[in-house]
Every structure is written in structure tokens, then in C-alpha cells.
Design a protein. Structure first.
Length: 226
């Protein structure tokens, strides 16, 4: 029984890792499609999203079955819960990659602003990097690395703020920049959310090791009266 359970646990771990690579690749391709104005690549990202969605549903099903049938305890249970929760974050990353790909198709042929596109490309690299490193922290079960990776999300937020400021300035110059500028701001917001989900994965890595749910890089959420 224990051998079978360990095989199931290893399989769950492997399939989650594969899902992480899928999500990371989807983000990378979606940003490349957007910057290169590559409608064909954008459609590929949209077309392949169902694979990420199905993997998330499969992992959820397997996780619940293992909890119900095997009744795991301590570290084994934490591993299953981590995969269950973190796979949901990966699925949402895939959704944001699709949103970026859809923007590629929507704004094709519109006026582009090279300075901002360069920043979008940099932000895409930063987002992909933080996702890959959060997954590496998971594979190594390295809480310290997870915390260090999560702290880099601040840099992604700063890049997003800069893009927004430049877009507003350019849109104020001429109405012709409004569609492109609003698209850049949307893409920056999607990439910022990817950084947030990578931070979530880092938090699950800490949970995996310690059993404690922590908040890394907590962002201020205004009260309703603010």
C-alpha cells in the first residue's frame, strides 16, 4: 500500500511540474506573439490552453482521491495540498497568457509605441523568470529560495507602474495612441497578475516545508471607505 501511495505521490509531483512548464511556455509565447505582432503564435497559445485547463482538473481530481482514499498525514498531506492549490495558480497564469494572446489579435495593425513595447518585453522576461524560479523552489523544496523569488515581484509591479505612466502620457499626446496605450496597460496588468500567482506558489513552497501559510510581499488592499 505504501509503495503504491508513494508512486501516486511521485506521479502527482511530476504532472504538476509538467504543468508548470506548460504555463511558463504559454506566458513566454504570448508575450513573444504580442511583441512580434505574431497572430499565428497567439492563436497557438489560445488553442493549447485547454491542455493546461485539463491538467489542472486532473490534478485536482487525483489530489482529492488521494486525500479521501489514502488519508495521508503530515508531509505527504502538505505535498498534496500544495499541488492542489498551486495548480490552480498555474491554471490562472495560463488564462492570462490567453488574454495577452487575444490582445495580439485585437490590436493587430494598430499604431505601436516601440519604447513601451521594449518595456513589455522586459516585463514578460521578468514574469517568465519568476514563474520558472518559483517552480524550481518547489522542486527543491527550498523555502529560502521561495522567499527570495517572491520578493522579485516588487520589480514586476514597478515595471507595470512605469508602463502605465508612459501609456497615459502617450495617450494624452494624441488620440491615435489610445487603443495601443490601453492595450499595453492591459497586457502589463496580466503580467503583473502572473507575478502575483508566482508569489502564491512561493507561499505554498513555504507551507510545504513548514506547515504554515504565510503571506509574502503582501499588497495593500484598500478598505471600502478609502
Amino acid at each position: 500500500m505504501r509503495t503504491t501511495f508513494e508512486e501516486q505521490l511521485n506521479n502527482l509531483h511530476l504532472r504538476f511540474s509538467e504543468m508548470g512548464m506548460m504555463a511558463s511556455e504559454a506566458i513566454m509565447k504570448s508575450v513573444k506573439a504580442y511583441i512580434d505582432h505574431d497572430k499565428s503564435l497567439a492563436k497557438e497559445v489560445i488553442r493549447n490552453d485547454h491542455v493546461i485547463n485539463k491538467r489542472e482538473m486532473d490534478l485536482e481530481k487525483e489530489s482529492f482521491e488521494m486525500i479521501a482514499l489514502q488519508q495521508p498525514v503530515t508531509s505527504d498531506l502538505r505535498m498534496i495540498v500544495t499541488v492542489l492549490k498551486a495548480s490552480s495558480d498555474l491554471e490562472r497564469m495560463g488564462d492570462h497568457a490567453v488574454s495577452i494572446a487575444q490582445e495580439t489579435i485585437r490590436v493587430k495593425g494598430e499604431i505601436r509605441i516601440p519604447e513601451i513595447e521594449k518595456l513589455i518585453a522586459e516585463m514578460g522576461e521578468m514574469s517568465t523568470s519568476i514563474v520558472e524560479d518559483s517552480l524550481e523552489a518547489y522542486l527543491k523544496k527550498d523555502s529560502k529560495m521561495a522567499e527570495e523569488v517572491a520578493h522579485r515581484d516588487v520589480e514586476i509591479d514597478a515595471k507595470s507602474t512605469l508602463i502605465n505612466e508612459l501609456c497615459i502620457k502617450d495617450m494624452q499626446k494624441t488620440v491615435e495612441n489610445v487603443l495601443s496605450g490601453s492595450s499595453y496597460m492591459l497586457v502589463a496588468s496580466y503580467l503583473e497578475r502572473v507575478g502575483d500567482y508566482a508569489t502564491n506558489i512561493c507561499e505554498w513552497v513555504v507551507y510545504l516545508n513548514t506547515g504554515h501559510v504565510v503571506e509574502l510581499n503582501r499588497k495593500h488592499i484598500p478598505d471600502v471607505d478609502e
